[in-house]
Design a binder for this molecule. Structure first.
Ligand SMILES: Cc1cc2nc3c(=O)[nH]c(=O)nc-3n(C[C@H](O)[C@H](O)[C@H](O)COP(=O)(O)O)c2cc1C
Length: 358
């Protein structure tokens, strides 16, 4: 080996991700599977599911609500009470026992909540009283004082995640949920300090990051954005300018990573190329570790890492049906395909029974 040649990086190169040393750059993307119990407490089946996937360099858990109001769907886990902390502890211990690392995704759905999910059937909470298309409840616009209550809930949830033994947390600011609803002007029509200018629309996100990094240290906190994702009826009049501003605010925080959903989720026909603004271009504005997501294969992910357009790549759908995805990538083995019927809710079928190699 010629020592003067630079070593080419790929998905299997280790990475120091903030305070966490990863064995590879293959990340399990956050995946809501709606299989916690009826009290939003993770189960032993959830523990098996995450343990099976511990060969990923990093697991990011499914969206996990910070409060009962933060839930939008049935049987999603929470991180606001002791029972949930205890159950998550079993999961983090199991992942660590396999040599894996796991971050919790902190989630508040805002307006995206189905009837029967909100406590006492109250309206869901949102920056503005604008309903998302579909069978969601009509939201109520948050009072200014209530916004600081939610920021306190993020802090409490971050403390609980620490007590539950996670390696870090990811703040979910993507895919049309509460923080994203504040960021984009299709869902934020506020005229107070939380609406209007980019600085005002980013205020909620930055306050959340302030309390969460105070609990964890910034090198154990990641953030997820999805600038052009229309999922959950999202829109913005100028996503390029808005998210350029947001990313510029993030650099000085020295977070563990910026996780970018580079296109539109749940839409196979959508390609980043169909938008004039490419979220991947924000990578050039951001000085820090960039995690790419959406539609990556082993080949395109390796290309991104080799060419330096990303430091690591997360995989969603592939991790649903391939618990041992890193091993399959390593050996170029055939991949299982996902059963769409069993993605959300149900039993062990389509959850922990996907075949492992060998
Ligand atoms: C079943 C399912 C559940 C998902 N749940 C979440 C979630 O809880 N949080 C989140 O940020 N993204 C969620 N996503 C989006 C994925 O993290 C990822 O962005 C998407 O699947 C695109 O990546 P892929 O092309 O590798 O699958 C979900 C996607 C799917 C298919």
């Amino acid at each position: 080996m010629n020592p003067s040649l630079p070593i080419e990086k790929d998905l299997f190169s280790p990475l120091q991700l903030g305070a966490t040393q990863l064995k590879n750059r293959i990340v399990m993307a956050p995946l809501t599977r709606c299989r916690a119990d009826d009290n939003n407490v993770p189960t032993d089946m959830n523990r098996v599911y995450y343990q099976q996937r511990a060969t990923a360099g990093l697991i990011i858990t499914e969206g996990t609500q910070i409060s009962p109001q933060g839930a939008g769907y049935p049987n999603t886990p929470g991180i606001y009470n002791q029972q949930q902390v205890n159950a998550w502890r079993q999961i983090t211990d199991s992942v660590h026992a396999q040599g894996g690392h796991i971050f919790l995704q902190l989630w508040h759905v805002g307006r995206v909540s189905y009837p029967g999910i909100q406590p006492n059937d109250e309206p869901s909470l949102a920056p503005s009283a604008i309903k998302a298309d579909g069978a969601y409840v009509q939201p109520r616009a948050l009072e200014n004082s209530e916004i600081s209550d939610i920021i306190d809930e993020y802090k409490h949830a971050a403390e609980n995640a620490l007590a539950a033994g996670f390696d870090g947390v990811e703040v979910h600011a993507a895919n049309g949920y509460l923080i994203d609803q504040f960021l984009r002007d299709g869902s934020n029509k506020r005229t107070d300090l939380y609406g209007g200018s980019y600085a005002n629309r980013s205020r909620f996100l930055l306050k959340v990051l302030q309390v969460v990094t105070a609990v964890w240290g910034s090198d154990r906190v990641g953030i997820r954005l999805s600038p052009i994702n229309k999922f959950n009826s999202m829109s913005d009049s100028n996503p390029e300018a808005l998210f350029s501003y947001v990313v510029e605010q993030l650099t000085p925080l020295k977070l563990a990573y910026l996780h970018m959903v580079e296109g539109q989720i749940h839409d196979e026909n959508f390609a980043e190329s169909s938008s004039t603004f490419k979220p991947s271009s924000l990578r050039d504005l951001y000085q820090g570790t960039y995690m790419a997501n959406l539609g990556y294969s082993k080949e395109s992910a390796n290309h991104a890492i080799k060419t330096g357009t990303a430091e690591l790549v997360s995989f969603g759908d592939l991790f649903i049906s391939n618990p041992d995805l890193p091993e399959r990538f390593l050996h170029n083995t055939a991949l299982n395909t996902t059963d769409l019927e069993t993605r959300y809710g149900g039993t062990e079928k389509g959850y922990i029974d996907y075949p492992l190699l060998g």
